[in-house]
Ligand binder design. Structure first.
Ligand code: ADP
Ligand code: ASP
Ligand code: MG
Length: 459
């Protein structure tokens, strides 16, 4: 069971999390995120320190400190059934030691004026190192037989800081650290998102990575299911925060869920499904604040009659186009283009080509100046910032008569910069302007999920 940031926002939420764990008939391994907003605060204070604002950085650090002390005090006062003072003391010491470490890092970064991916990982992991340890102590104060396991000892990865790749063999070996307590009738509680490399240096799996941690631990421990507990009741037909009448989908295939996550459905980290597929482990997405709602079950195959299952979107992407008359009938041209991307380690998401041009999308975060410079040697390059990628995800979409026509008539009012259809017929993507993305998604949603259908799905 993995509980995300909002599920860990305050003492009442922690109590709720522990009640869900306690209610399980089966033994549970618990993976938690940092408390809500903490990872962002950690990243912010490290950047402030780098940019010379040590005082402001320390003030953010103090907020993190206060928030965690408050949670443990509230938990001890309102919920703990035993050892309240011990709980405050043990957690207090843990908080002090990590906050002191954070202060040391901030000072070092400020002095050097440099923030490396390695130090960013040391800092951003502090949120999960705090929350997981403290939750395990809180569980103990309720009489639950829980034990904190440091993910640095289990989530072994390579040294690619900020986006580390898990080392599955090492994780399998280290998994005794979580299997053993389970055999003893205890509940291991771990922090998601972080791990360590072969030298024991802290690494992270990328933003939102706690979902991925949970499925990797689930695979390594031989779990019967992987449950992602969040603040919405499952994977929806589109982001319920922005799209009216979006509704929770009862069942999705691994492939559909993975595509949705990849194309922007933040509810799941894009890599979450991969370990589950390996051993055919069902993944459930459930709501911490509505635990009786069935949520979404994600499994190898599901029967469905509708070709379009959901609509994902990702804002703030960049489109690069390259036009070259030399491309006409020339073999090897695409190779040259992609070699440039490879050389600069820039990953391309979507591609579409004509005889004389190629359009590609990349993430906003990517530095593309050097790529563009080299591309200009082989053609005319245009870069369009502030674009949004919208993806219809389902199956047999193009084989099913009318889907494309419906999609494009829903998008009739919106200028489209790029179109791409996944080779597996499970995805149709378009790129529009950022500002128009939500309206375009709403229009597609109204077309493929008219409101009267919502009623039959949710009843
Ligand atoms: P957690 O902190 O639990 O990991 P996240 O904020 O990472 O939670 O993910 C949950 C959020 O994902 C939801 O609040 C919702 O706004 C967003 N989201 C985006 N697309 C979808 C979708 N298709 N279905 C459900 N939620 C979605
Ligand atoms: N706390 C991390 C983040 O905010 C990881 C996660 O919550 O999944 O990105
Ligand atoms: Mg998340």
């Amino acid at each position: 069971m993995k509980f995300g940031g909002t599920s860990m926002r305050d003492a009442a939420a922690w109590h709720n999390v522990l009640s869900i764990v306690n209610a399980s008939d089966e033994p549970v391994i618990v993976v938690v995120s940092a408390t809500s907003g903490t990872t962002n605060q950690l990243l912010r204070c490290s950047e402030l320190a780098r940019d010379g604002h040590l005082k402001e950085a320390r003030s953010v650090k103090d907020d993190i400190h206060t928030k965690h002390v408050q949670i443990v005090q509230d938990f001890a006062d309102e919920f703990a059934q035993q050892n309240q003072d011990q709980l405050k003391k043990v957690c207090g010491e843990h908080i002090e030691s990590l906050i002191q470490k954070l202060d040391d890092y901030l000072l070092g970064i400020h002095t050097l004026g440099e923030l490396t991916p390695k130090s960013t990982d040391a800092i951003s992991s502090i949120g999960e190192r705090l929350s997981s340890f403290m939750l395990a102590q809180c569980a103990g104060s309720l009489g639950m037989p829980a034990v904190w396991v440091d993910s640095a000892d289990v989530m072994k990865t390579n040294s690619d800081h900020g986006q580390a790749t898990p080392d599955m063999d090492a994780i399998h070996k280290a998994a005794t650290l979580i299997k053993y307590p389970v055999e003893q009738g205890r509940t291991p509680i771990l922090g998601g998102f972080y791990g360590s490399d072969s030298n024991g240096v802290i690494t992270t799996l990328g933003r939102g990575g706690s979902d991925f941690s949970a499925s990797l631990f689930g695979l390594a421990a031989g779990a019967a299911s992987i449950e992602i507990w969040t603040d919405v009741s499952g994977m929806f037909t589109s982001d319920p925060r922005f799209v009216k009448h979006a509704f929770s989908i009862r069942e999705l295939s691994f492939n559909e869920a993975a595509e949705l996550a990849y194309f922007g459905a933040k509810v799941l980290h894009p890599s979450t499904i991969q370990p589950a597929v390996e051993k055919n482990i069902p993944v459930f997405v459930k709501n911490t604040f509505e635990p009786n709602h069935p949520g979404t079950r994600i499994y190898s195959d599901v029967s469905t009659s509708s070709p379009v299952r959901a609509i994902a979107f990702k804002k703030d992407i960049t489109v690069i186009t390259i036009i070259s008359s030399r491309m006409l009938l020339a073999y090897g041209f695409l190779k040259r283009v992609f070699e440039i991307f490879e050389k600069h380690e820039v990953s391309v998401d979507l591609v579409s080509t004509s005889e004389v041009s190629i359009s590609m999308t990349v993430d906003k975060k990517t530095r593309i100046t050097s790529v563009v410079k080299e591309l200009e040697e082989i053609g005319t390059v245009n870069v369009y910032y502030d674009q949004a990628l919208i993806s219809l995800v389902g199956r047999d979409m193009m084989k099913t008569k009318g889907v494309a026509a419906q999609a494009f008539s829903a998008l009739a009012e919106f200028p489209i910069r790029m179109i791409s259809q996944g080779s597996s017929d499970s995805n149709l993507s378009v790129v529009v302007e950022n500002d128009e993305a939500i309206d375009a998604v709403q229009s597609l949603h109204d077309t493929f999920f008219p409101v009267h259908e919502t009623v039959s799905y949710t009843s």
